[in-house]
Design a protein around this ligand. Structure first.
Ligand SMILES: C[S@@+](CC[C@H](N)C(=O)[O-])C[C@H]1O[C@@H](n2cnc3c(N)ncnc32)[C@H](O)[C@@H]1O
Length: 374
């Protein structure tokens, strides 16, 4: 059964859909943490230009109080916001990527606590530097995802913090910016990968920042068996490990790094500049929902270690969508090389878009698939 799309908030009701939209969507586009934040914003009379919303997923937090700005790492969240604004006939809300500082100085910040704690620390440190003494930072998350460290991190970076009552399986915190100088956030994480040419660095919200993912390790092993191509795409690139290895092995004339995370794209860009400076001119970077808005050359080869989580939910739908997009952006005869957890059967997914499918490698946890376009 599809989830309800009518979201009742203290600012009024609105229709909200998740992005990407799918038929019979079982999940709502908002959660208890969004409602707690909205109730507190309403009680404070906060909204409009004075309000900065952080990490809103589908617009539930930014649209009702007409926030001045959304600060996010996620191109999917920006698309969700745009679709729901249009569907509700509301004017656009400015989006600033997490890699940049928020554009204006807000009096109130409403923040959904992100999954990665280093990312929360990064955001709090930047906010502390940005907001005025006396400003309020409201933060909330769902109980099952909240780290016990949230209150102490707010206290450390922002100032005196209150832990409010729990409600709707969520928890609200409020912190008031005090006059201490802003603390520095933790630095980038890194690991060495010989195939990629050295140390791969990654910003705070990047997948597998401090160790090579097991799926990518298996995919790296099969790279020498793949044919070179004029354009190769590292789709869902994270820190860029797969694309860098392909470049160093002479598999690509041009390499496109694509990801929905602004920090992933910035990290891949930084790793290219440090590890293969002579080849940086052959690299392009695409921040968006997979290849939906990609307008570059069709690829001869796409390498992909797709997500099997969407935020907190295990969701193979994300990988399925990316596989279908690949078929649309491969040149005739082009190959998709995709690694997936062994328990997710990609055969039916790949069969929808490709006629020629084979398994290239497998281990206890992962399978590498090869799918070729006619
Ligand atoms: C399993 S990680 C792989 C990262 C990297 N290739 C590696 O092996 O370390 C999946 C990546 O997919 C990205 N992602 C999730 N949904 C996406 C989408 N719709 N479009 C583009 N990238 C997406 C995530 O930001 C994440 O970096």
């Amino acid at each position: 059964m599809s989830a309800d799309t009518l979201c009742q908030t203290p600012f009024g009701a609105l229709r909200l859909q998740r992005y990407p939209t799918r038929r019979d969507e079982p999940l709502q586009a908002w959660c208890g943490a969004d409602l707690l934040l909205l109730e507190e914003l309403h009680r404070l009379g906060a909204g409009g230009e004075q309000l900065l919303v952080v990490n809103d997923e589908h617009g539930a937090l930014a649209i009702p109080p007409a926030a001045g700005q959304l600060w996010t790492d996620s191109a999917l969240a920006a698309l969700a916001l745009a679709h729901n604004l249009e569907a509700n006939g509301r004017p656009a809300i400015r989006v600033t990527w997490s890699t940049d500082a928020p554009a204006a100085t807000p009096a109130v910040v409403a923040l959904r606590v992100p999954k990665q704690l280093p990312f929360l620390e990064y955001q709090l440190a930047r906010l502390a530097d940005h907001i005025a003494v006396g400003s309020t930072v409201l933060a909330a998350g769902m109980d099952k995802h909240l780290s016990p460290r949230v209150a102490s991190l707010l206290e450390h970076y922002i100032g005196p913090t209150q832990r409010h009552r729990g409600q709707r399986k969520a928890r609200l915190f409020s912190a008031c910016r005090d006059g201490r100088p802003a603390a520095s956030p933790p630095g980038e994480a890194a690991y060495r990968c010989e195939a990629a040419g050295g140390e791969l660095r990654a910003q705070a919200n990047v997948f597998s920042r401090d160790r090579l993912d097991g799926g990518s390790r298996l995919l790296l092993e099969v790279l020498p068996r793949l044919s070179p191509a004029a354009t190769v795409i590292d789709l869902a690139c994270g820190n860029g490990v797969l694309g860098l290895a392909a470049l160093r092995q002479g598999l690509a004339t041009e390499l496109v790094f694509a990801d929905e995370s602004a920090m992933a794209i910035a990290s891949a860009r930084g790793n290219v500049a440090r590890l293969v400076p002579d080849l940086a001119g052959d690299c392009r970077f695409h921040h968006g929902d997979g290849l939906l808005a990609y307008t570059g050359a069709a690829a001869g080869l796409i390498l992909c270690n797709p997500p099997f989580h969407l935020n907190h939910a295990v969701d193979e739908y994300a990988g399925r969508r990316l596989a279908a997009q690949c078929a649309a952006h491969l040149a005739p005869g082009g190959v998709l090389c995709l690694v997936a957890n062994r328990h997710l059967d990609y055969t039916p997914v790949l069969r929808r878009s490709f006629r020629h499918i084979s398994k290239l490698a497998g281990d206890r946890r992962f399978t590498v698939w090869r799918a070729r376009r006619d």
